[in-house]
Structures are given as structure tokens and as C-alpha cells.
Design a protein around this ligand. Structure first.
Ligand code: ACO
Length: 324
């Protein structure tokens, strides 16, 4: 029997400090109305001074472990998807590993910006199918506030900090649309779009982390087209229709991107999980954060079929179809 992987638990963490649109009005030349109309965002959480990406990741991981009834030593692999690592090296994943009191198993970071969680999930799925690990933590964690230019009103109003985690477990069993677990992942990248969303700093470029530069309209257009292509790829690969999927759980970048992608893919907004109004765009953390909130609130239930889709700087994008 083939090995496949299941999401057995989820957890998330948001920093205590909430930054509302109203408060942003005193930081940049903007209004609550502009931000809400263009993005659907009402507020975002911002990490405290000295609160690191790994701190948020560890808190989300503890929540997931608690839900699963597992100890850190039951985990034999950690992947952290992040664009905002604590340090250039070592990876945030090994800092999380040490923070959880673990000293065994594999640990590394994945950098695919806002598509990072889907890249990390796919990588973990492949490693577990290959027998490299039995139970893995896949975490999306971001301190995006650290790479925002707080004088650029076109970007600083859109993002927030946070972390989300899932625990994956390897199982033997039947594969295909009727089984549970990860049914498929589809990953894509096109570096010819590298100049529409990037930071103006980096280790080998100038030795600083830099700030986000974004050509918003171009990103918007590509995001809708490419994410709906990834949704179609997932459905076709599994011989499924939109009506077979219980929940679309998109990267929470902007309500207009979420709505346009859902519409283009044939989903009703009633079947779309939306948290962007409370979190802003938390990059790689956004899907596991949305998933955890939806599960804990009872909106999304065990046994339901969920389709994740995301796009980020690169451009990188992808989808994952998961029976929860
Ligand atoms: N407050 C008030 N006015 C603003 C603000 C602000 N925060 N930001 C920009 N403006 C102004 C602009 O200066 C411009 O003024 P002008 O007409 O006098 O020149 C006007 O608003 C319109 O600006 P546009 O950039 O054309 O506005 P648009 O309707 O395209 O909306 C937005 C901008 C929200 C960024 C949109 O392009 C978008 O959502 N893009 C996708 C970006 C995104 O979500 N990126 C996240 C990362 S990628 C991902 O995760 C998928």
C-alpha cells in the first residue's frame, strides 16, 4: 500500500498588538475607507519589538502539538516557510526545533514568499512519501512588518505578522479522491516576474534585508490568472469538479484577489474561507492561519475537502488539495 500524508492537527499564533486602519491614518496618508475598499483589510497584528519569527512559529507549533496530543519528540521533521527569517543562518526551522526542545530529525526553511506554505507542504509530503519522516511540523511564520517601508502607503497598509502550523502524519492506505490526506500539490514559478514584487535589499546585494517594493496592479492581474490556473490543475488532476470541494482556502492577500480568483474558478464565496479583514496579508503564514481559525471555529470540519491556493513574489504559486 502506498504512503500518503494527513493533516492531523493545526495551530496558530497572532501577536498581541493590533494595528487598525484608523491608527494607520496617523502613520501614512491613507484612510480606513481606502484600505477596506481596495483590500478588505480592517486590521493586522504586529509583532512586538524583540518578538521574532521563530517565537511566533514555536507558539503556533505548541498549539498544534497540544491539539494532536503529541510531544515535540514525536515529530521527526520541521519545515518553516518564511520570507522573514530570524537570521541569515541558521534556518528559522532549527531555531524552532531547539525552542521546542528537540535535537533530532530534519529541519530547514523554504522561501517561496506568499506561496511558501504550499511549497513547504508539498516538500514535506514528498519527504514523507519517500520514508524520510513519519510526522512533520509544517509552519508558515512571518514578521513581515520588519521588511515594510512604513512611509510607503501602497504597501505598508496591506501586510501583517503571524504564524500557522500543521502536523502531517504518514499513513499507509488507498490513494485518490476518496482517501483522506494530501491528494495532490501543484507548484509553479516564473522568474521573469521577479521585478513586480521584491525587496530592495538582500545578503549578497547590499547586506541589508530591504523593504517590499510592489507593482500592485500587475501583481493583482497575475495573481487572479495564475491562482485560478492552479485551482483548475488540482481539480483536473483529481478528476473532481468545483462542487466536490467543500472549501477554497486561499492565500489571504486581498479580498478583491480572493473574490476574483474564486469567481474565475467557479466557487461561490460561501465556500471560501476569508480572514484577511483581521490579519492582513501574513505571507507564508496566511493559509495555515486561516485553516486553523476555520477548524477551531467549526466552519471547516474533519473529512471535508479543502483546496489551498497561493501566489507570491517570484512569482511563485501553487495549489494543494487536502481531505482534512
Ligand atoms: N491610501 C490612499 N491612497 C493610496 C494608498 C493608500 N494606502 N495606496 C495607494 N494610494 C493611491 C495611489 O497613490 C493612487 O493615487 P493617484 O491616482 O493619485 O496616483 C491611487 O491610490 C490608486 O492607486 P493604485 O495602485 O492604482 O490602486 P489600485 O486600485 O490598483 O489598488 C492595491 C492598489 C490595493 C495595492 C491593488 O493594486 C492590489 O490589491 N494589488 C495586489 C497587491 C497585493 O495584494 N499584494 C500582496 C502581495 S502578492 C500576494 O500576496 C498575492
Amino acid at each position: 500500500m502506498p504512503t500518503y500524508t494527513r493533516i492531523i492537527a493545526t495551530g496558530s499564533y497572532l501577536p498581541e498588538k493590533i494595528l487598525t486602519n484608523k491608527e494607520l491614518e496617523s502613520i501614512v496618508d491613507t484612510t480606513d475607507e481606502w484600505i477596506y475598499q481596495r483590500s478588505g483589510i480592517r486590521q493586522r497584528h504586529i509583532a512586538a519589538d524583540g518578538e521574532l519569527t521563530s517565537d511566533m512559529a514555536i507558539k503556533a507549533a505548541h498549539k498544534a502539538l497540544e491539539q494532536a496530543g503529541l510531544k515535540p519528540s514525536d515529530i521527526d521533521g520541521i519545515i518553516v516557510a518564511t520570507t522573514t527569517p530570524d537570521r541569515t543562518f541558521p534556518s528559522t526551522a532549527v531555531i524552532v526545533q531547539a525552542g521546542l526542545g528537540m535535537s533530532a530529525g530534519l529541519a530547514f526553511d523554504v522561501q517561496a514568499v506568499c506561496a511558501g506554505f504550499i511549497y513547504a507542504l508539498s516538500t514535506a509530503d514528498g519527504l514523507m512519501r519517500a520514508g524520510q519522516a513519519k510526522r512533520m511540523l509544517v509552519i508558515g511564520a512571518e514578521k513581515i512588518s520588519a521588511i515594510l517601508n512604513w512611509e510607503d502607503r501602497a504597501t505598508c497598509v496591506l501586510f501583517g505578522d503571524g504564524a500557522g502550523a500543521v502536523i502531517l502524519e504518514a499513513h499507509e492506505g488507498q490513494e485518490g479522491a476518496q482517501s483522506d490526506g494530501i491528494l495532490s500539490t501543484h507548484l509553479y514559478a516564473d522568474g521573469s516576474f521577479k521585478d513586480i514584487l521584491y525587496t530592495d535589499g538582500g545578503v549578497s546585494l547590499n547586506g541589508i534585508s530591504g523593504h517590499i517594493i510592489m507593482h500592485g496592479r500587475e501583481v493583482f492581474k497575475q495573481a487572479v490568472n495564475l491562482m485560478s490556473d492552479a485551482v483548475t490543475a488540482a481539480l483536473e488532476h483529481n478528476n473532481l469538479q468545483v462542487s466536490d470541494v467543500d472549501w477554497l482556502i486561499p492565500h489571504q492577500a486581498n479580498i478583491r484577489i480572493i473574490e476574483s480568483t474564486a469567481r474565475k474558478s467557479g466557487f461561490s464565496m460561501e465556500n471560501v474561507v476569508v480572514t484577511v479583514h483581521n490579519h492582513g496579508n501574513t505571507s507564508a503564514a496566511s493559509i495555515p492561519l486561516a485553516l486553523d481559525e476555520a477548524i477551531r471555529s467549526g466552519q471547516v470540519k474533519k473529512g471535508q475537502l479543502a483546496l489551498f491556493e497561493a501566489l507570491g513574489g517570484g512569482l511563485t504559486w501553487g495549489s494543494a488539495l487536502v481531505r482534512l
